[in-house]
Design a protein around this ligand. Sequence first.
Ligand SMILES: CC(C)(COP(=O)(O)OP(=O)(O)OC[C@H]1O[C@@H](n2cnc3c(N)ncnc32)[C@H](O)[C@@H]1O)[C@@H](O)C(=O)NCCC(=O)NCCS
Ligand SMILES: Nc1ncnc2c1ncn2[C@@H]1O[C@H](COP(=O)(O)OP(=O)(O)OP(=O)(O)O)[C@@H](O)[C@H]1O
Length: 198
Amino acid sequence: MRIYGLTGGIASGKSTVSQMLRELGAHVLDADAIAREVVEPGTLGLAEVGARFPGVIGPDGRLDRAKLGARVFADPAERAALNALLHPRIREAFLEKTQALAAQGVARVLYDAPLLIENGLHVGLDGVVLVWVPRELQKARLKARDGLEDAGAEARLAAQLPLDAKREHATWLIDNTGDREATRAQVQEVWRALLARG
Ligand SMILES: CC(C)(COP(=O)(O)OP(=O)(O)OC[C@H]1O[C@@H](n2cnc3c(N)ncnc32)[C@H](O)[C@@H]1O)[C@@H](O)C(=O)NCCC(=O)NCCS
Ligand SMILES: Nc1ncnc2c1ncn2[C@@H]1O[C@H](COP(=O)(O)OP(=O)(O)OP(=O)(O)O)[C@@H](O)[C@H]1O
């Protein structure tokens, strides 16, 4: 089975592109969704996060994501601690899901992961699709989507490699500056290229 990375940065348009790829028949595994699964109530992941970050489990027993986000995006050391707890679990769940798809005979899978390149996971993949936008547009879409002030948006952007630095690792670049139809045309082209590779 071929494994491709689908990456970008926060609010660059990965979910938008991954939805378009799914509509074309692609299998896409979503790292943000897996990151939620590994801290579902009752998991060891949630217990470990609760022990390391007191006060982040709400009265309903669920992770208070806004509270944890405020802590880890404000402080690189706290973020590194969370990453150390969760990234191995996310990686393991990704491998399990990939193996299950391979066993079903699926020919190719895309791994939609914002930190693919930061974590060195792009190495050894069959190719990388990068969803790129200029930084100012990325920030504007992030602020609009998440209702963030400038400082909050800057803190989140600073937690990732700039999109311009990710370009050198991209096999295919999707420029999501234009409207959704302009992006869809590029997605269709990339999908044809993936199919042509077998
Ligand atoms: C801090 C948390 C609780 C905030 O949750 P929230 O619901 O507000 O955001 P969500 O999970 O939807 O993430 C939104 C975006 O933030 C960015 N982001 C998330 N975690 C990180 C991180 N550790 N470092 C840099 N950027 C991150 C990504 O671009 C992601 O797409 C959550 O993001 C988390 O558990 N992060 C650690 C796990 C992780 O690294 N996830 C990223 C994919 S592997
Ligand atoms: N081509 C576009 N034109 C206008 N708005 C767009 C376009 N693509 C995405 N958006 C909007 O920009 C925001 C970010 O897009 P999206 O959620 O797909 O990004 P993402 O990379 O998956 O973000 P994250 O990693 O933070 O979850 C959303 O509000 C989305 O509706």
